[in-house]
Write a protein that binds this ligand. Structure first.
Ligand SMILES: Cc1cc2nc3c(=O)[nH]c(=O)nc-3n(C[C@H](O)[C@H](O)[C@H](O)COP(=O)(O)O)c2cc1C
Length: 358
């Protein structure tokens, strides 16, 4: 099975399908399964230390000869406001006590992006994708010099244009439906909540590089719609959460498989950066304080022991149940099988569309 677009030909993959990088979900097994099934698998490396990144990229490379992507968050030094941290700790304390988590400050707020970037350049994966910010033209030139194809995430047309200007090879258009963190970097988050139909079309019509549609795509109908709107591939995240290769705890997979159309909303409660997830009691309890929580990665580091303990205790009421608006269409299939089904569904929809011409 092969569905060709200019992007699949450039990347050397047979399906216009990218498994979205997902912290807490993506594993090497998941990426390998998608690559071997002829999509593009991604390694979510943003929370990995430079040493762990080097090791995981090597492992992935040893398990597939097909192209794969490595993803990072473009971040500056963390903004730490002691008074804000103190207040956030007070609001989190009842949850820490309930789960028996020690009330200690984290030893580091987040990973050192410049050090991660050096490992990425050295490892030279076939594809590198970025979110949360934008690279400089010099950084992109360094990746290009190593043969790495660069994808930048954009949530508005202006962000897409900014990525094209610094030399990105493709833009991932992240629509408001998408699960997980918003990649917005040029405007306030609330000004960048554009639906897929508008965003994919605007970007595909205006940008000189291939557009990858991300957000709300769960099946062949969605992939075919994205291609019809002018995208050259679709990036699916939520569709892979319930796969056996995903590292999401069972309570998270269960929540995705039982989600309804209105289950999700955006929250800053877990990380300090707006992210879409299934509403649960923790999100509701923190809602009143959301505006005052420290920004990413500070709040993320503060809630990290809590999320780990909640995962161990199978506490869906406290876990971050990140997922997109189309979670009700999730299927708990092995990743290779899911990619096969997605490819066949997409081909069937494209054929049915051609048949309408009579
Ligand atoms: C749990 C979760 C974690 C995610 N983590 C990342 C990440 O680390 N880097 C990134 O670029 N995108 C991340 N995303 C976005 C996905 O890669 C993908 O673009 C998005 O899920 C597409 O929307 P969908 O969830 O509606 O399929 C994440 C999404 C989810 C649901």
């Amino acid at each position: 099975m092969s569905i060709k677009t200019s992007l699949t030909q450039r990347l050397g993959i047979d399906l216009p399908l990218i498994q979205g990088p997902m912290n807490g979900v993506s594993t090497i097994d998941l990426a390998v399964a998608v690559c071997e099934a002829e999509g593009l698998g991604s390694l979510a490396a943003a929370i990995l230390s430079p040493a762990a990144m080097r090791e995981q990229i090597a492992q992935l490379r040893s398990r597939t000869t097909r192209p794969f992507a490595v993803n990072l968050f473009v971040l500056g030094a963390p903004q730490v406001d002691e008074a804000q941290v103190l207040r956030a700790r007070e609001w989190l304390a009842p949850f820490w006590r309930e789960l028996g988590v020690a009330e200690e400050l984290p030893s580091q707020w987040g990973q050192d992006f410049p050090a991660q970037f050096e490992v990425l350049v050295e490892a030279a994966p076939p594809v590198a994708s970025f979110t949360f910010g934008i690279l400089s033209a010099e950084q992109i030139e360094r990746l290009h010099a190593r043969g790495t194809f660069v994808i930048g995430t954009a949530t508005t047309l202006a962000e897409g244009r900014a990525w094209v200007e610094v030399g990105a090879d493709a833009v991932c258009a992240q629509a408001t439906e998408a699960g997980g963190h918003r990649g917005t970097f040029l405007v306030p988050f609330d000004d960048a909540l554009i639906g897929g139909f508008a965003l994919y079309r605007q970007m595909a019509a205006a940008l000189a590089v291939p557009v990858i549609a991300a957000g709300g795509i769960m099946d062949g109908q969605g992939i075919a719609a994205a291609l019809t709107l002018g995208a050259q591939a679709a990036q699916l995240g939520t569709a892979f959460i319930a796969c056996p290769e995903s590292s999401a705890p069972p309570a998270w997979k269960h929540a995705v498989m039982h989600a309804s159309a209105d289950s999700t909303r955006l929250t800053r409660a877990y990380s300090g950066r707006p992210a879409r997830g299934i509403v649960n009691p923790f999100m509701q309890a923190m809602q009143a304080h959301e505006a005052e929580l420290p920004p990413y990665p500070v709040q993320n580091a503060l809630t990290s022991p809590l999320r780990r303990a909640a995962a161990k205790a199978e506490r869906a009421d406290l876990l971050a149940l990140f997922a997109g608006q189309n979670a009700p269409l999730a299927r708990a299939l092995p990743a290779a099988e899911l990619v096969g089904v997605l490819g066949r569904e997409t081909a069937a929809v494209l054929r049915a569309g051609a048949a309408l011409l009579g």
